[in-house]
Each structure stands twice: as structure tokens, then as C-alpha cells.
Design a protein around this ligand. Structure first.
Ligand code: NI
Length: 169
């Protein structure tokens, strides 16, 4: 396993639309292992492959609390089959937009279909933090960041702040 570099705004690669994965093979599992290691190291709770520069429809996530054992999860080619009309606000952050947090409103519950690390295709309902996180990560697959849901002014301020941090680092 290896740590990968996480791209930050305004890197244009983050705007790319990711391609579907044909098959879950050892090479893809190696990518998912690297993504999990990179996410834990950051630390973060979710990461899309495009954030490490790989335009594939792959997401990793771990929503376990600090007092719980790790619960790594992988989502290949995730699709939203249904979304509730009811929405819920959540203060989101993103490893590609470090140290910026703002409220985004999304459907409160969604029904998903995705392929697992083992290559099995399953359906699952998501609510709460899981629903927030999977929708945030699935936006990355379309080249959309959570700051794209904010006003233009807030988005521009966020990008400016991240650029300034990167220069100072
Ligand atoms: Ni993100």
C-alpha cells in the first residue's frame, strides 16, 4: 500500500467526470487500499479516486466513530436509485478543500446500488451521515465539489483561502 497525494482546489483534474469501472480486479483493489490508507492518514471519512488523480468511479469511506473499530467501505460505480424529497442540512468539509466547512442541503435518504471491494453488486439504503457522505463523494465523480453548492462569493473565498494555505505550506 502507498500514500497518494490528495489534489486540492483549484486543480482542474478535480473537475473531470470519472469513468465507470469495467471490473473489480487486483489492480483496482490496490487502488482502493491506497485510497483508504491516504484517507486515514489525512485524516478524513471519505475519498473519491479523482481526489488522488484517478478518474474512475471509485469511493472509499469509513464512518466509524473514534471509539469504534475501523469500518472501511468501498463503492465502485455507485448509483442513486432513489432520493427522498425531504432534505437535510449538514456542515460539510472536503480533503480537496482543506479547512473550509459550510452547510449543504441534500436529500435526507437515498437508495444506492454499487459494487463492493469483493466485486459483488448490492443495493443499500442510506440516511444520516452515510447519506451525506455518499452524495458528497458521488458529486466528485461528476467533477462537483461541495463548494459548488454554495454561493459564488463563498466558493471564490474558499478557493482563495486554500490557495493561500498551499502557498504557506
Ligand atoms: Ni470531498
Amino acid at each position: 500500500m502507498a500514500l497518494r497525494d490528495i489534489l486540492t482546489v483549484p486543480d482542474p483534474i478535480l473537475k473531470k467526470v470519472s469513468a465507470r469501472v469495467d471490473m473489480v480486479d487486483d489492480a483496482l483493489r490496490a487502488l482502493m487500499d491506497d485510497m483508504l490508507e491516504t484517507m486515514y492518514d489525512a485524516p478524513g471519512i471519505g475519498l473519491a479516486a479523482i481526489q488522488v488523480g484517478v478518474p474512475k468511479r471509485v469511493i472509499v469511506m469509513d464512518l466509524a466513530r473514534e471509539d469504534e473499530p475501523p469500518a472501511p467501505r468501498c463503492f465502485v460505480n455507485p448509483e442513486i436509485l432513489w432520493a427522498s424529497e425531504e432534505t437535510a442540512p449538514y456542515e460539510e468539509g472536503c480533503l480537496s478543500v482543506p479547512e473550509i466547512y459550510d452547510e449543504v442541503e441534500r436529500p435526507a435518504r437515498v437508495k444506492l446500488r454499487y459494487t463492493t471491494y469483493q466485486g459483488e453488486t448490492v443495493e443499500e439504503d442510506a440516511e444520516g451521515l452515510f447519506a451525506v457522505c455518499i452524495q458528497h463523494e458521488m458529486d466528485h465523480l461528476e467533477g462537483v465539489l461541495f463548494i459548488d453548492h454554495l454561493s459564488r462569493l463563498k466558493r471564490e473565498q474558499a478557493v482563495k483561502k486554500v490557495k493561500k494555505q498551499a502557498k504557506a505550506a
